[in-house]
Structures are given as structure tokens and as C-alpha cells.
Write a protein that binds this ligand. Structure first.
Ligand SMILES: [Zn+2]
Length: 269
């Protein structure tokens, strides 16, 4: 009898391993959610975020400032039109620009709801840098890193219970902390890498994200709250990794579009 229980435990454990293995995507990231879950979760998280009046009021109105949205959606489309974004058609890729000049941040929910803060836009110096940072954020969604991050933060058991217990409300509450969610070092590196891969076929300098990290290094800002600084790869290493990736792809020189970016920055409220 003892042996049987032992066997059952082993079989159960093996089944768990097989299940976990089946949850891994092509990039080796664990995902216990379906694409439909990501989309539904993103919609709920964005609704939850925007139910906060302070946050909602800080969103720049697209009806009042269509010029701002035309500009950022143009950047997004350069990336989507490469044909390299796996969930180009499935995810929303909706952008909200947040009027907040003191929060140096940008983030993207599962399913592609992108938030960019004016402090970040004003901090950057050229369009390739913003495209690089947006590529990085979009990669977190496209590569489905938030499940990974939630698993590390809350434990796989909690997520299993939520998914199989159908308590989706709990899931939304967890995911709504996305602004504070810290991605793993591996996820950050992967998002940096895809930022280069996606910008490379466009007319942009594909190392745009490196320009952002170089600026942080110059200012001595190498840690803190922003999504992209929440985990370890230090900015020096990230600049190097981005440059290496760009070299591997062929080292093509691209545009920074600095002057039109300055005009855009000056037009912001
Ligand atoms: Zn990141």
C-alpha cells in the first residue's frame, strides 16, 4: 500500500511536470493562461486602473489631442508592421498617454494595453529611444512575461487556484499591481532583445532603447521604481547586450528623428 501511495505521488508529480512543460511557450516562458485569458485580463486590468479617478483624469484625451495619439500610434505601427509581433492581430496594442511629469515610466498589461508617462517622453531625446522603450514594453506583453512575474511574486499554487478555482476577480486584483510587478532578469533581457529585433527592419536606429539606458547612466539613475529598472541587469550590461544584438543583426545605421521628436515633446501639455 505504501508503495502504491508512493507511486501515486510520483505519477502525480510527473503529471505536474508534464503539465508545466506543456505550459511553456516557444521562448521557454511558463504560461498557464490562454491567449484569450491574456486579452480578457488586460481588458479587466485596464478598466480597473482607469476606475481610479486620479489615474483616469491624468490620461490625455485622444479627442482633445489627436496629434499626440497620431504620433505615438505611428511609432507603434512601425513596430507592428514589421510582421514580427506574434500577437499583432490578437492583442489590443492600445495606447494611453499619462500626463505625469514626475513618474519616469511606461508599462504594458497582458493583452497589450500600453501606458506611457509624459515624464518619460520628456526625458528621452529622440524618437528611436521612445520606439525602443515602447518595443520593450510591447515585448513583455507579446512574450507573455506577466504570468512569469505573477508566478514568482505569488507562487504557482496561488495562480493555479485562481485559474482552476475560477476566481478571476482575484486574478485581476493581482494583475492590477502590474505597475509594481517586477519582471525577472531573463524577461527584461528578452524584452530588450526584442526591442532591437523589432526596430531593426524599420527606419529607426534599432539600438533606441540603449540610448535611454545611456542617458540614465549619465545621470547616475541606475535603480528605482520604473518598470524597466525594477530588476537586475544593470544599465551598462543592457547597453552592451543591445549593442551586441544589433551587431549580430548586421549593425545597420538607422534614424533617430531627433528634430521631429523635439517638436513633439514641445507640443505636450
Ligand atoms: Zn521591462
Amino acid at each position: 500500500m505504501k508503495l502504491k501511495i508512493k507511486h501515486l505521488v510520483i505519477v502525480g508529480f510527473a503529471a505536474g511536470l508534464v503539465f508545466l512543460q506543456s505550459c511553456k511557450d516557444e521562448d521557454g516562458n511558463i504560461n498557464i493562461f490562454s491567449i484569450q485569458d491574456d486579452i480578457a485580463l488586460g481588458a479587466q486590468v485596464s478598466a480597473e486602473l482607469e476606475s481610479d479617478p486620479t489615474f483616469k483624469n491624468s490620461i490625455i484625451d485622444s479627442a482633445q489631442r489627436p496629434d499626440i495619439y497620431k504620433y505615438v500610434y505611428g511609432l507603434r505601427d512601425s513596430i507592428l508592421n514589421t510582421g514580427l509581433v506574434r500577437y499583432k492581430n490578437e492583442f489590443q496594442w492600445r495606447i494611453r498617454v499619462i500626463k505625469d511629469d514626475s513618474t519616469l515610466n511606461a508599462f504594458c498589461t497582458p493583452g497589450g494595453y500600453i501606458y506611457v508617462y509624459t515624464a518619460l517622453i520628456k526625458f528621452l531625446e529622440s524618437e528611436d529611444q521612445l520606439a525602443g522603450v515602447m518595443g520593450h514594453e510591447m515585448a513583455h506583453a507579446d512574450k507573455r512575461h506577466s504570468t512569469d512575474a505573477m508566478t514568482r511574486q505569488y507562487g504557482l499554487q496561488v495562480l493555479f487556484d485562481i485559474v482552476f478555482g475560477q476566481d478571476k476577480g482575484q486574478l485581476v486584483r493581482i494583475a492590477a499591481n502590474i505597475k509594481e510587478l517586477s519582471y525577472s532578469r531573463k524577461n527584461e533581457s528578452e524584452a530588450d532583445e526584442y526591442s532591437v529585433i523589432w526596430l531593426y527592419p524599420t527606419s529607426y536606429n534599432a539600438k533606441g532603447a540603449a540610448g535611454f539606458f545611456e542617458k540614465l547612466i549619465q545621470l547616475g539613475q541606475t535603480g528605482g521604481n520604473p518598470e524597466f529598472l525594477s530588476t537586475h541587469p544593470n544599465p551598462d550590461n543592457r547597453v552592451q547586450a543591445i549593442t551586441d544584438k544589433w551587431q549580430t543583426l548586421g549593425g545597420k545605421t538607422g534614424n533617430t528623428y531627433q528634430s521631429r521628436y523635439t517638436t513633439f515633446k514641445n507640443s505636450l501639455p
